[in-house]
Design a protein around this ligand. Structure first.
Ligand code: HEM
Length: 278
């Protein structure tokens, strides 16, 4: 009899150990522990490190989710980094990560600098960078960013309505100052996605509400505001959450086309041209 009890006890212990291990491995796969203090601490880029016009990717490189030198990027390298750093599903970044191969003649890798090529993803009326025709379309510019920074006065968060208003104002500014502006449905789409990006990763991917100080640190310092209390979104960012936010922001931006049809630049040596609609 005592023998049987001992066997039962051993079996039960083995079962619990097994269940614990399986759950632990699953939890690690779904939510890998991030070593924020060491491998993924924020480090400013050095003089030989490549950075570009995307604050989202620059931040991932500054935290070591992407190669810190900003080189040797592939679709899977970018997708893995977005998943780990922002809890963003692969499906959300795949299109941009593939399109970026059009910005270089290298068939295997691209860099964070390559993606500045005007007319592939890079566009006019950005939130924090100059238009290509007007100045530096790569580096953060506080004057350009002031439209977003000062939006939604009286409260300490940005949301879908304020993001749409900022897009509207930035477009009006480019319309006024940039005679060669390109503003087709393609630009509207990318610009709306980028606004949905900052609201999702710095705030709530479902409601689109994001604390102002988190968003400002993200743009100005290209840093995850961990010390200020930021955590990766508890809701994974996927195409469903992104499509909903993107369409609402686009609607709130009250966009009008400056003419022309959606277009794409096919490579660094290819022209920037636009098909004029009739
Ligand atoms: C991983 C998640 C990402 C986040 C959070 C993010 C965020 C952003 C934001 C907020 C902007 C707007 C900057 C501005 O208007 O001043 C932007 C621009 C840009 N992003 Fe990303 N992005 C992400 C992924 C990507 C990917 C995968 C690519 C391509 C590989 C990419 C390429 C670009 C480019 C080229 C721009 C410049 C567009 C412009 O303003 O002219 N981004 N991104």
């Amino acid at each position: 009899m005592p023998h049987r009890s001992l066997v039962k006890l051993l079996l039960a212990t083995a079962f619990f150990v097994y269940a614990f291990c399986i759950n632990h491995v699953r939890a690690q796969e779904m939510d890998p522990r991030i070593d924020w203090d060491d491998a993924h601490q924020w480090i400013a880029p050095g003089p030989n490190d490549f950075r570009g016009p995307c604050p989202g990717l620059n931040t991932l490189a500054n935290h070591g989710f992407l190669p810190r030198d900003g080189k040797n990027l592939t679709v899977s390298v970018v997708a893995d980094a977005a998943l780990k750093g922002y809890r963003m599903q692969q499906e959300v970044v795949t299109l941009a990560a593939k399109l970026s191969f059009l910005t270089t003649n290298d068939p295997v890798y691209y860099t964070l600098d390559d993606i500045k090529l005007y007319g592939v993803i890079e566009h006019d009326a950005s939130l924090s960078r100059h238009d290509f025709a007007l100045g530096d379309n790569v580096h953060f510019n506080e004057t350009i960013f002031s439209t977003l920074a000062n939006s939604n006065p009286g409260v300490d968060y940005y949301n879908i309505t304020s993001a749409g208003q900022v897009m509207h104002q930035r477009l009006a500014d480019s319309e006024l100052n940039n005679p060669s502006i390109i503003n087709t449905e393609k630009e509207l789409h990318f610009r709306s996605v980028e606004s949905a990006f900052y609201l999702s990763i710095m705030g709530d991917p479902l409601t689109g509400i994001a604390p102002k100080n988190f968003v400002q640190i993200f743009f100005r310092e290209e840093r995850l505001p961990l010390a200020e209390g930021w955590k990766r979104p508890s809701t994974p960012i996927n195409l469903t959450t992104m499509d909903l936010l993107t369409s609402q922001i686009a609607e709130a931006s009250n966009w009008t086309s400056s003419g022309g049809c959606p277009w794409i630049r096919l490579g660094p040596d290819q022209p920037v041209s636009i098909v004029q609609g009739t």
